[in-house]
Structure formats: C-alpha cells, structure tokens
Design a protein around this ligand. Structure first.
Ligand code: ADP
Ligand code: MG
Length: 520
C-alpha cells in the first residue's frame, strides 16, 4: 500500500501491483460462481439460505441466492449485479450468466498474467461478442408454435424449480397471466397474492383482480352483478387547508355554519359521483364518514385508500378511467366490463374481487401453499416463468438449450480464432477466442456434471465431435441427445447472458486499482 498524503482522504492501491488487484478480483468472482455451479440445470441442488431477517429461503435461483449474500468485495458485487440485470431484463439465465462471466474472467486473467494489456483483450472481446451475437441469430430458429408448445417452453425454464417438484403448473399460470397483461408492464398489471393455508390446487389466475380489503360499512352490498365502477384518485372529504389554517369563530352560529359548509362541500362531491349512478366507488384517498353514510343510503359500495397500482389494475379490468376531480366525471369514465363484484374471505383476510371481466388487461394470480417459505419460492418461480412467457411473446426465435447453443458458439469461436489471415495480433486473437470457447464449454460441462453422470468429460467430447447443431446434454439422464424436444429457450435469454457476461468481464479487466474512501 502506498503512503499517501494526509490531504487525500482515501487509501490507494498502487498501480504497479495492478495484477494483484486483478487476480484478487478474479478470485472473488470465482468464489461466487463456485457457490452456484451445482445450481445449474434440471438436476440442480437447492440452497437453504438463512436470511438476514431470520427467515429461511430454499431456492436454486441464481439471483435469489446472490441477493442474500452479504458481499463487500467490489468485484464480486459487480458480478451479483449481473444476475440482477439478467433477472430484470429476461427473468431467466441468472445462474448461467454468473458461471459464464466467472470462467471468462478466469481465462482472460491468464492472459493478464502473461502481461497482455487489458485494452487489447477488451477490443478482441468486443469483436468476439459481436460475432457471437450474429452467430446466435444464425443457429436460432423461428418459432410459431401452438399454445401448448409455448407453455412447454416456459415449463422448461422452471423445470428445476420447487414448483415443478411439488407438481404445481406455474408455467401454465405464468403463460396465462402474461397473455392477459399483453404489452403492459407486468410488475404493475399482474399481482401475485400469496395465501397460505390451503393445498396447491387453489393456485389460479383470476379473470380479474382481487385486493386485500374489507368493506368499511357492514351494510354495503357484498355482491353485485354487472357493477358500474367509478375509480377516483381524490379524497371524498371536505377540502382541508394546505398548511396551518386558523379560523376565528365568534359564536355558536358561526361554528354551526362552518360545519354546514363542510357538509355541503362533501354533498356536492358526492352528488357529482351519484349523478352517474355507480354501484361501486373506489378512491385512492380517504372517504369521510358523512360521505360514506350517503353512499350507503344510496346503495353504493364505497371503498377507500387503495394503492395507486391497485387502482390501476381495477381500472384495467373494469374499463374505468381514473379521474382526479369528481366534477370532471362523465359516463365514459365509468367501468362496466366487470361482470361480478364480491367480497370473499381467504383464510383470515377479506378480499374484494372484480372478476368475470370482459377482456381484462390485468389479473391477480392466487398462489396457495402450506407455508410462507414455499409460497415465497413459488412467487420467485412465477416471476421467472412470466418473464420467459413475455420473452416468447416479444421474440419469436428459439435457441437449443441443454448446452447445445453454447457448444455451437464454442466451436464457432475456435474456428474463427484459428482463421488468422490478414489479422494483426493473430496469436493474441486466437488465445482470446480459445479462452471464450473454454468459458462457453463450461456450461454443457456443468450440466453434464450436475446430471450425475459418471464421465462428464467423455460426454462433452462426444458433444464436441458431433456436427448436429441441435445436439445437447440431457440434463436428467446424462446423455447426448437432440434437445429440440427436450429444452428450447427464447433467444433473448442467451443474448442477454452473453452481452452481460462479456461486458462485465471487459469492465473488470480494466480495473487496476481499488480505492476506498475512509469512513468518517
Ligand atoms: P438459470 O438460472 O441460468 O436459468 P437453470 O438452473 O434454469 O439456470 O438452468 C438453465 C440451463 O439448464 C440452460 O442452459 C438450459 O438449457 C438447461 N436445461 C434446462 N432443462 C434442461 C434439461 N432437461 N436438459 C438439459 N439441460 C437443461
Ligand atoms: Mg432457468
């Protein structure tokens, strides 16, 4: 460590030991990937995580595992970030991306040790990435499958997850939900309700939404057929002053008048709403007692304090438009697409249901199971599956799974690296390409190892010697098979994994110092 002037309030690691910094980074990243190696593929092992808040998570999802690790090493943190990006962007391939990046970094580290400047490596990496991405398009194939085939692909993506082991068809639920939310933001328009205490058969995608809320007034209607629904994001109360307001009231009459004015204001708002003859009034804000009592007398079910996202979903299923001022309400804002409103009870909680909707654009997914931990894992499985289903909608190309695509890419890069005509630096180029090929080979190798077969290296040699691009590893039986009927994956998952892994490696290779600000 360098001696540093006092005015520089930080610790510097010196430049001439940059190889140390890089080796240290590679080691850290390797540690992370070692944790995840056994979590790849259909025969993956589970990790039991004791979380910071004292709960237990049982999962084999790369992102979920890494999220819980308390990591301080900056390079390792970068890698964890990769899994998160992969999860956010495509929802699958989180373990793959980490394993790939770690192995790639290790391979490139060997070049660094031979005193190759990282800038040269990064340049070749970028070329290789572009070539790989175009090759990926080549080996993928268009897909216009039937609904069942599409669900089958989603099923592959959760094949090794807890839900499949417990025989819950999360893939079917996810596919259905993704179809309802269509082009909308899935996070907002598909809501998962985890209700523990019943068996798995209760899992379903509703044709509408449910919200955990009870009626405020016991005499309001609990079940309404073909309701007219109004959704507001304004309070149905008298308008309070913005800041501290003081009134000076000189006598009882004035006080009574002040109260009357409040009532009149509320009455006016309510009149605007009642003019449209609603059956249900929903607001994101409050409803005062006097308004509630008027609604109740008029046989209107009023519900208050919904979250923004809940109101959005209700508007999406009922066809209502969220309105900000009661005065602006018009007939076109009233939602009429929901056939049934009712209040039901799941366990100890009451839920309002807007179901039997015509053409719903949002939905609630009810997951049921014996315990919170299992439901939480189901939720993670579901989130992965729905993203895969969405990817399928958005891109209609598929890649072979089971390590077939990685092996094809590996062979392609070996060929490309060996072709050295007119290339400057051809030796270095070959070494980088070979390194990438090695890293890619690691995916089928890990699948072979995890399948429990006796001779994974033999299996990989067999795979490498075939010329059929659809041959891959059967991760369950540990054989080389045509994977088209076994596991196909949307191209987006592979594309994102390659891009993220290459970019993270290029970034980490260029780090030659770590600077830590001193804590005050
Ligand atoms: P990730 O978090 O990267 O999605 P997974 O544990 O889901 O990790 O494993 C995905 C990998 O396993 C992919 O490469 C996929 O092709 C492969 N895979 C999934 N099912 C099978 C199977 N039945 N046989 C062989 N490989 C499979
Ligand atoms: Mg997966």
């Amino acid at each position: 460590m360098q001696s540093i002037p006092k005015s520089l309030n930080c610790i510097l690691l010196v430049k001439d030991k940059s190889i140390q910094v890089q080796c240290d980074n590679i080691e850290a990243v390797n540690t992370i990937s070692n944790i995840l190696t056994t979590c790849l593929g259909p025969r993956s092992m589970q990790k039991m995580i004791l979380t910071r808040i004292g709960t237990i998570q049982i999962t084999n999802d790369g992102n979920a595992i890494l999220r819980e690790l308390d990591i301080t090493h900056p390079a390792a943190k970068q890698i964890v970030e990769l899994a998160r990006t992969q999860d956010n962007e495509v929802g699958d391939g989180t373990t793959t991306v980490i394993l790939l990046a770690a192995k790639l970094l290790e391979e490139m580290g060997m070049l660094l040790r031979d005193k190759v400047h990282p800038v040269h490596i990064c340049k070749i990496l970028r070329e290789a990435l572009n070539e790989s991405l175009s090759y990926l398009e080549e080996v993928s194939y268009p897909f216009q499958g039937t609904e069942d085939e599409k669900i089958g692909i989603v099923r592959h993506s959760v094949a090794n997850k807890l839900c499949t082991m417990l025989k819950v068809d999360i893939a079917f639920l996810a596919y259905k939900a993704a179809n309802i939310a269509k082009n909308c933001d899935i996070k907002t328009f598909v809501k998962i309700e985890k209700i523990s205490g019943a068996d798995f058969s209760g899992c379903e995608v509703m044709d509408g939404v449910i919200v955990n809320k009870s009626l405020i007034h016991s005499e309001m209607r609990r079940e309404i057929r073909d309701p007219r629904v109004i959704v507001l994001d304004t309070p149905i109360e008298y308008k309070k002053g913005e800041s501290k307001t003081s009134y000076e009231l000189k006598n009882q009459a004035e006080y009574t008048r002040a109260l009357e004015i409040e009532e009149e204001q509320v009455q006016e708002i309510v009149n605007h709403i009642l003019a449209l003859n609603p059956d249900i009034v929903i607001t994101e804000k409050g409803i005062c007692d006097s308004a509630l009592s008027i609604f109740q007398k008029k046989n209107v079910t009023a519900l208050r304090r919904f979250k923004k996202t809940e109101a959005l979903r209700i508007a999406a299923v009922t066809g209502a438009t969220i309105v900000s001022r009661a005065e602006d309400l018009e007939e076109k804002h009233v939602g009429k697409d929901c056939r049934l409103f009712r209040v039901t009870r799941f366990g100890n909680e009451e839920y309002v249901n807007f179901v039997e909707c015509v053409n719903p654009k949002a939905c609630s997914v009810v997951l049921r199971g014996p315990s919170r931990d299992i439901l939480n894992e189901f939720e993670r499985n579901f989130e992965d599956a729905i993203k895969v289903a969405r990817n399928l909608r958005m891109s209609d190309r598929l890649c072979a799974g089971g390590g077939a695509t990685e092996m094809n890419l590996c062979k392609f890069l070996l060929r490309k690296g060996a072709c050295t005509e007119n290339m400057q630096n051809s030796m270095l180029r070959k070494r980088v390409y070979d390194g990438i090929a090695n890293a890619l080979r690691m995916i089928p190798l890990t699948l072979a190892k995890n399948s429990g077969c006796d001779d994974p290296l033999g299996l990989i040699a067999e795979l490498e010697s075939t010329s059929d691009v659809y041959m891959g590893i059967d991760g369950v039986n540990g054989k080389v098979v045509d994977v088209r009927n076994l596991v196909m994956e949307p191209i987006a998952v592979k594309r994102q994994a390659l891009k993220s892994a290459f970019e993270a490696v290029a970034l980490l290779l260029r780090v030659d110092g770590v600077i830590q600000s001193k804590k005050k």
